[in-house]
Design a protein around this ligand. Structure first.
Ligand code: SF4
Length: 105
């Protein structure tokens, strides 16, 4: 409506709202090396992806906030394809019958 001013929260307030409830991972050892932890790219070979994730898990081993990270990751299933709290995703394998479109007989 005319004459009304719309008040929007600034970016700090927005980020604060988004991060509410997120564990504090200040001092995380992975800062600056996200590419090691990211999910495997579909075009990345399995051995290369495994080596990259193994290197990421080594970073986690010396991370001062691994316990808080693990607690956070346990509540977020989306982390299953990334290295989180030293956990390496399962390597790709044969598709399950249900993934191939077949029926379980
Ligand atoms: S445990 Fe690993 S993934 Fe979690 S904050 Fe530390 S370095 Fe990052």
């Amino acid at each position: 409506m005319r004459g009304q001013t719309r008040r929007e929260a600034g970016p700090v307030a927005l980020l604060s709202e988004i991060l509410r409830g997120t564990a504090s991972l200040s001092g995380a050892a992975c800062v600056g090396s996200a590419e090691l932890f990211d999910p495997r790219d579909p075009h990345e070979d399995a051995i290369g992806g495994y080596r990259r994730h193994f290197a990421a898990a080594q970073v986690c081993r010396r991370c001062p906030v691994i316990d808080a990270c693990r607690e956070w990751a346990d509540g977020d299933r989306k982390q299953a394809q990334s290295v989180t709290a030293g956990r390496v995703p399962k390597p790709p394998g044969r598709p399950r019958r249900s993934e191939k479109g077949g029926s379980a007989a």
